[in-house]
Design a protein around this ligand. Structure first.
Ligand code: OOG
Ligand code: MG
Length: 262
């Protein structure tokens, strides 16, 4: 059964409290296993409303669980989306402060800077590329508010897809002339290669993940707007970090970004 407006607000406040106190909470579906995907997005919207009441601004959007590696690692075989808030944004090399977070992990993302409005339905990969001003190397910090980073689809959607920080690189490169499907990526932690990937790992093409998002947002009348920062999803699993670690991702022909964890 659909959650009442009061239940949605109460669950959003429970998540906000986990953010504020930097504590893990049990997955919402432990208590209410039948929360629907639609209700999960209602909780997410309520949570973002609470952030906005505190003055936060939405500066972009993210998709998640768009690669097989991520779906298998998290045990949720479906793409999801959420929003990026201004206070999440960091510039290379951060720092990413453990004291502000619960149990963060870092993952590589090729961020898209949107130049022209993309309103679904029917947005294509080619249209996304034409509307993209630049791509930027990024490291996303995900920090699930749930115990042991364990969740089901409804939980992770309600929790704004574990979004918590994004470290953006300084190189902004036009996607014209780049085949992002074939683009290689090397992920290093403390100078050692920990993973590698190619753009095609993300829904066949990272711009297809952005198109998926534009089309999904059409259901609520939203669009990708000029100036939006969009994360298409990580091509590989996230890495665990602790204070003192340095994580770096390098994207072929685009550049690299480093995150210092302290
Ligand atoms: C959910 C967020 C997934 C991605 O790039 O796949 C995500 C999580 O793994 O906690 O951001
Ligand atoms: Mg991500």
């Amino acid at each position: 059964m659909e959650l009442t407006a009061d239940q949605v607000q109460a669950l959003a406040r429970r998540l906000l409290d986990a953010y504020d106190r930097r504590i893990e909470i049990p997955a919402l579906t432990d208590e209410q296993p039948d929360i629907s995907e639609a209700d999960a997005y209602r909780i997410q919207r309520a949570l973002l409303g609470l952030f906005r009441q505190r003055g936060a601004r939405i500066v972009g959007k993210k998709t998640g669980l768009t690669s097989r590696a991520k779906q298998q690692a998290m045990g949720v075989p479906e793409a999801i989306y959420g929003y990026l808030v201004d206070t999440y944004l960091l510039r290379d090399p951060g720092p990413v402060r453990m004291a502000e977070l619960i149990h963060p992990r870092l993952e590589p993302e090729l961020a898209f800077l949107i130049g022209e409005r993309l309103q679904g339905p029917g947005v294509t990969t080619a249209q996304v590329l034409a509307a993209t001003r630049a791509v930027v190397p990024a490291l996303e910090v995900i920090d699930s508010r749930y115990r042991n980073f364990k969740f089901r689809l409804a939980d992770v959607v309600a929790d704004n897809c574990s979004a918590s920080r994004v470290v953006l690189g300084r190189e902004e490169v036009s996607p014209d002339g780049l085949d992002l499907r074939l683009q290689g990526m090397v992920l290093e932690k403390n100078g050692e290669v920990v993973d590698t990937g190619a753009g095609a790992a993300v829904l066949g093409h990272p711009a297809s993940a952005v198109a998926w998002l534009a089309n999904k947002l059409a259901a609520t009348g939203e669009a990708l707007e000029p100036g939006d920062i969009v994360l298409p999803g990580a091509p590989c699993e996230a890495v665990f970090v602790q204070a003192g670690d340095e994580v770096r991702v390098t994207f072929d022909r685009v550049g690299s970004v480093t995150a210092r964890v302290e």
